[in-house]
Design a protein around this ligand. Structure first.
Ligand SMILES: Cc1cc2nc3c(=O)[nH]c(=O)nc-3n(C[C@H](O)[C@H](O)[C@H](O)COP(=O)(O)O)c2cc1C
Length: 320
């Protein structure tokens, strides 16, 4: 998620689930080709299985960018056909490409020819005045004929005229049934659903209709829910008994970042949502927000923040 997630966030989420497929935020094809690749594409091996999401609409540039990402070791290339921001529309990519399935198909075909990795597409059900029954099928059929390996559908329209990107994530109504119908029509194609899924119970209910569920904001804002993903969806043991154990397991990553001159806050800003809803969560966040941002902040600050939750839970246990 642009401006929210980065490699540190993914490294943290990987500690919480070994099996969830992680995605980068969107990176434009031109940024990959001309930009600072270490900053844009660098990741730690622990983050696998990891998809990179590309933005663009020039098949040749996307093919080149996909080949570069394959060299960097990504496991999947995903094309963004869902982002509604002005910045993105100006470049003719993101959600406005829902209007041009043939161009998206050409992009997918070019990327497929350039890499041996799965190439997937994330799209909306339509934009503006489009009829989702027609628009989604047209996009899906085009990219599948071009070789796309899977689809992820954000189950609402994007209104490119008049709504901000943030409003476009909340205001157009969710239409899960439309995604279910797509999957029913394409039984052999992996289809994942995205949009408004806030709990693992809601994700489980969706899996009766689709093959996968993508969590955006909920995973970022309440990462603790990822701790049960492996047992619920992959029938494997969860990596950690609780969030306390997960933080301890994450400490070596944090220490390594600090040792190279990185700031604690680079990482802990992605951890503020941990412990949400528990006693002490506010004190935890406050400690990280005040002490964690100091240039000299170290692991002790993270530990002290976590202790706020531990102490609050102990107090509650004593009262009970
Ligand atoms: C801050 C922010 C940045 C986002 N950036 C991206 C992005 O780079 N690529 C993308 O496909 N979706 C992006 N999204 C959209 C989410 O991936 C997701 O489709 C949307 O939030 C709906 O799912 P959710 O209700 O689970 O969050 C972003 C969302 C937010 C809140």
């Amino acid at each position: 998620m642009m401006d929210w997630t980065d490699r540190h966030c993914r490294a943290f989420h990987r500690v919480l689930s070994r099996r969830a497929l992680l995605y980068t935020e969107m990176v434009t094809a031109n940024a990959v080709i001309f930009g600072d690749r270490e900053r844009l594409l660098g990741f730690s091996p622990a983050e696998h299985t990891l998809a990179v999401q590309l933005g663009g609409s020039d098949p040749a540039a996307l093919a080149k960018a996909a080949a570069i990402c394959a060299e960097w070791g990504y496991d999947e290339i995903n094309l963004n056909v869902g982002c509604p921001s002005d910045r993105v529309q100006g470049g003719n990519f993101g959600a406005c490409l829902m209007r041009d399935p043939a161009l998206v198909a050409a992009c997918v075909a070019a990327m497929k020819a350039a890499v041996a990795l799965p190439v997937t597409v994330k799209c909306r059900i339509g934009v503006d005045e489009q009829d989702p029954e027609i628009a989604l099928d047209a996009l899906a059929d085009g990219v599948l004929a071009a070789g796309a390996d899977a689809l992820i559908v954000h189950a609402r329209k994007a209104w490119l005229e008049g709504l901000s990107p943030k409003e476009n994530r909340d205001i157009p109504p969710l239409d899960y049934d439309r995604v279910h119908r797509l999957k029913a029509r394409l039984p052999g194609v992996p289809v994942s659903l995205n949009g408004g899924i806030a709990t693992l119970e809601a994700a489980t209910a969706q899996l009766a209709h689709v093959d996968g569920v993508m969590l955006g904001r909920a995973a970022y804002q309440q990462p603790e829910l990822l701790l049960r993903v492996d047992s619920l969806f992959f029938r494997e043991q969860d990596p950690h008994a609780d969030a306390f154990a997960a933080v301890v397991a994450f400490e070596p990553y944090v220490a390594a970042h600090l040792a190279t001159g990185g700031r604690l806050h680079d990482i802990t800003r992605h951890m503020l949502g941990l412990f949400t809803g528990r006693p002490g969560a506010r004190a935890y966040r406050r400690h990280l927000a005040t002490e964690g941002v100091k240039p000299e902040a170290g692991l002790d600050v993270l530990r002290a923040a976590v202790d706020e939750v531990r102490r609050a839970e102990e107090r509650r246990a004593l009262v009970a």
